[in-house]
Design a protein around this ligand. Structure first.
Ligand code: NAD
Ligand code: ZN
Length: 363
């Protein structure tokens, strides 16, 4: 299946299906990528032994010369230090303006390799080969970045890929916890945009958790499709794109106060989505909105209660650091109903405190 991300002259396709990594060479040829320049594949230590050989073999069989750079798995690889190491590999192996950089892995590798592609010789061809469910979100939309010691995703660019090659079979090797965390963003896409899809996620959580190929393919097509539509409307986050941040305001604070590592991104935003629904209910939405939201998330084994040991003051100060309160007010994405959200700019600090306390009671 092919989805198109519609961005004028920077439009690109997302190919989703089984065994696509083994056809990488054919896709490179279809996109007219030159065989004269080396291709740099960036991946991590977990993904390399599982999936790298497929991409290498396919590209080499089609006549491409490949170079690999394998980073440590995990968020610390999204750093300027690792960025420079990848650049060194690129220069030492003679990558030129016609070269491509491939991101084979999850969002960490995607964000890092994407920023390399955006920067090397002021920009070379970038190809995303996502291998996590979460990466259905991160591989679409063109945000690429590394972290600064003081702040996440601070150093980056908007840089769209030439194509996204999403091999559903590559997801079969994902650890269970990563599966659940990735599905959290899939559910988010239903919650912000598409009630029937949110309901479908709820009805198919067992199949999705079991990595049923048909269910995964359908869910990823819908999830990527929603992300693509939002991004096509607002590439640079002037307005609508902010709806993608449902659950992220508090979610980022949970990640930060958990010291990154205690909670996976998808787990943190699950709690954040529960909190957003509860704030919306306090502001007058029907109580069933909160009930439905947590039922959906719990179906995927995702957390919806606030962990007791996270201190309210720390969460609030992490949020203030991230988003800036003006006169005790903060911008929040709140659900209107399942499948629709609104961006509200007057959520009071007090409302957030209240919900943190209530969600601790749920734990
Ligand atoms: P990740 O890349 O760290 O992958 C999660 C873990 O799964 C890693 O340990 C990885 O080695 C392992 N893994 C990956 N694929 C595997 C496979 N097929 N089999 C077995 N193990 C596999 O994390 P992620 O959750 O994919 O992405 C998180 C990152 O994405 C964060 O840095 C976040 O900031 C970023 N992100 C970016 C955007 C964006 O728009 N650019 C959006 C959302 C998230
Ligand atoms: Zn996210």
């Amino acid at each position: 299946r092919t989805l198109e991300v519609d961005l004028g002259d920077r439009s690109y396709p997302i190919y989703i299906g089984g065994d696509l990594l083994k056809q990488a060479g054919a896709y490179f040829e279809r996109h007219g990528l030159t065989k004269k320049s080396p291709v740099l594949i960036v991946t991590d230590k977990n993904v390399a032994p599982l999936h790298l050989h497929k991409v290498e073999a396919s590209l080499q069989a089609s006549g491409y010369r490949t170079v690999c750079h394998i980073v440590e798995a995990g968020e610390p690889s999204k750093s300027l230090a690792v960025f420079e190491q990848v650049m060194t590999t690129a220069i030492e192996n003679g990558l030129d303006r016609k070269s491509s950089v491939v991101a084979l892995g999850g969002g960490v590798v995607g964000d890092l390799a994407g920023f390399v592609a955006a920067s090397y010789m002021r920009g070379v061809t970038f190809v995303q080969m996502p291998t996590t469910i979460l990466a259905h979100d991160s591989s679409v939309g063109g945000k690429v970045a590394v972290n600064h010691r003081l702040a996440k995703n601070m150093i980056g660019a908007f840089y769209q890929p030439e194509m996204v090659l999403y091999d559903v079979n590559s997801l079969q090797t994902l650890p269970d916890r990563e599966v659940r965390a990735g599905l959290s963003e899939m559910v988010k896409h239903g919650l912000i945009w598409d009630e029937p899809f949110a309901n479908w996620c709820g009805d198919n959580c067992d199949k999705l958790l079991a990595l049923d190929a048909d269910a995964l393919e359908y869910g990823l097509i819908q999830g990527c499709g929603i992300k693509a539509k939002v991004v096509a409307t607002d590439e640079r986050e002037q307005g609508l794109r902010a709806i993608l941040n449902l659950g992220h305001t508090l979610g980022h604070a949970i990640e930060a106060t958990g010291g990154y590592g205690e909670y996976l991104h998808g787990e943190a935003i699950s709690i954040g989505m529960a909190a957003a629904a509860l704030i919306a209910v306090h502001r007058g939405r029907d109580a069933s909105l909160y009930e439905k939201t947590i039922q959906l998330l719990k179906g995927f084994g995702l957390p919806t209660a606030m962990p007791q040991h996270l201190k309210e003051e720390q969460l609030i100060s992490a949020m203030m650091h991230d988003k800036k309160f003006t006169e005790n007010k903060i911008v929040f994405v709140l659900p209107v109903r399942i499948g629709e959200v609104e961006i509200v700019s007057d959520v009071m600090l007090e409302e957030v405190r209240q919900v943190i306390a209530e969600l601790k009671g749920e734990g």
